[in-house]
Design a protein around this ligand. Structure first.
Ligand SMILES: [Zn+2]
Length: 147
């Protein structure tokens, strides 16, 4: 992946100009604010203060903390007046995975029945059942990399 530039990063710009968004929560590691183009009303992002595109580039404590704050935000969304039958936490970790802003951000947004939002996929290509041998191979490869 091409190294991203903080100067051109919209989230770094927001961090430098916090009045440009209504900040919902902030601390020394993360900031939470509503997105400009929500999936559904109540859609927010938890962004790291550190400019880094991938979760694997983020320090472990900040990654854990972002999930903790996303959980608290999800609790608030469930109590809010927004239509919220369910919640998606979505992290696009890399451009091919749908990441549009190369700065860590965890989406938290309400979902409800018939909201017409979802992932598009080809049933012939995705969610195709694998056998136990293939599962063993997947497990072995990832276990090996975990060390
Ligand atoms: Zn940035």
């Amino acid at each position: 992946m091409k190294k991203s530039n903080e100067k051109d990063c919209i989230f770094c710009h927001i961090l430098a100009n916090p009045d440009s968004v209504p900040v919902i929560y902030e601390d020394e590691r993360v900031v939470v604010f509503p997105v400009l183009e929500p999936v559904n009303p109540g859609h927010v992002v938890v962004i790291s203060r550190q400019h880094t595109p991938l979760i694997t580039d983020l320090d472990e404590r900040t990654a854990e903390h972002a999930m903790k704050i996303a959980r608290k935000t999800a609790e608030a969304l469930r109590k809010s007046n927004f239509k919220c039958e369910a919640i998606n936490l979505f992290l696009a970790d890399g451009k091919a995975g749908g990441q549009e802003v190369p700065h860590f951000h965890l989406h938290v947004y309400p979902r409800f029945k018939n909201d017409d939002f979802g992932f598009k996929y080809d049933k012939a290509k995705h969610f195709v059942k694998i056998n136990r041998t293939q599962m063993d191979e997947v497990a072995a490869e990832i276990k090996h990399q975990l060390g």
